[in-house]
Design a protein around this ligand. Structure first.
Ligand code: NAD
Length: 252
């Protein structure tokens, strides 16, 4: 148990990869807060975890709404007395329809940026004052390896995830003196229980060809690095990006 007694918020944990982060952190001894816009799904994931005799609770949050993120942080601080870990995983992702840049409306651009980038800013803004008081915190922001590939046809998404990397570096400089680390993860295409249009069956095969490890990526391929970044072994690592994509991209 590497995260015993830690209180961890995982946004967007009602399904997909966030659900796996929540389950894994709970297995490592953390009390996980499954935070999602979809409260029914959040409750379902929290119940799945509790059925394993592990610690979890559900909370509804809209990460793009400032008051909602403030309410979430206050409620968790009141209930558990601290917030050790924040995994900013919520995003508009599986519901995205692929389309050319000229077909994306200004409104669609705004909603993707509001959740995927402003949402991370608002969650950090709400939680960091609590972490500063504790003189301890671990923040992990979920970006995407799509940034390195410059994947076309969902440019608002790719732009939002590129922004996450800049945000991570700058925030790590601002709060390092409070013993709070801030890092990003860039997952490659990862197949969950949720169907989506962002990778067609043909693209799936093409993407597998350019991976070094010839296996389709699963959520559990990502949770190890998230756990590591939350442990004391990673206490001197901040402002960094961890690429987990089976070697789809090779970077120096
Ligand atoms: N699956 C992949 O291939 C892949 C690859 C790279 C990066 N990612 C990133 O990993 C993360 C998880 O991906 P996934 O495949 O599980 O996505 P998903 O679309 O299946 O799940 C996203 C979750 O976020 C929640 N959410 C959406 N808007 C919200 C809001 N305003 N407030 C709170 N919660 C909200 C949804 O309800 C959902 O539970 C995302 O940040 C995604 O961009 C995924």
């Amino acid at each position: 148990m590497k995260l015993k007694e830690k209180v961890a918020i995982i946004t967007g944990a009602g399904q997909g990869i966030g659900r796996e982060y929540a389950r894994r952190l709970a297995k490592e001894g953390a009390h996980v807060i499954v935070a999602d816009l979809n409260m029914d799904k959040a409750i379902q994931v929290a119940n799945e975890i509790k059925e394993l005799n592990l610690k979890a609770s559900a909370i509804q949050v809209d990460v793009s709404n400032e008051q909602s993120t403030i309410d979430m942080a206050k409620q968790i601080e009141k209930q558990y007395g601290k917030i050790d870990i924040l995994i900013n995983n919520a995003a508009i992702f599986s519901t995205i329809k692929m389309k050319k840049m000229e077909e994306i409306s200004g409104g669609e651009w705004d909603s993707v940026l509001d959740v995927n980038l402003k949402g991370i800013f608002l969650c950090c803004k709400a939680v960091v004052p609590i972490m500063k008081k504790q003189n301890y915190g671990r923040i992990i922001n979920i970006s995407s390896a799509a940034v390195y590939l410059g994947r076309p046809d969902y440019i608002h998404y790719v732009a939002s995830k590129a922004g996450v990397l800049g945000f991570t570096g700058a925030l790590s400089r601002e709060i390092g003196e409070f013993n709070i680390t801030v890092n990003s993860i860039t997952p490659g295409p990862t197949y969950t229980e949720i169907p989506r249009e962002t990778v067609s069956e043909i693209q799936k095969k093409e993407l597998l060809k350019i991976q070094s490890i010839k296996k389709l990526q699963e959520p559990s391929d990502l949770s190890g690095v998230v756990v590591f970044l939350c442990t004391d072994d990673a206490s001197f690592i901040t402002g960094q990006t961890f690429n987990v994509d089976g070697g789809m991209t090779v970077r120096l």
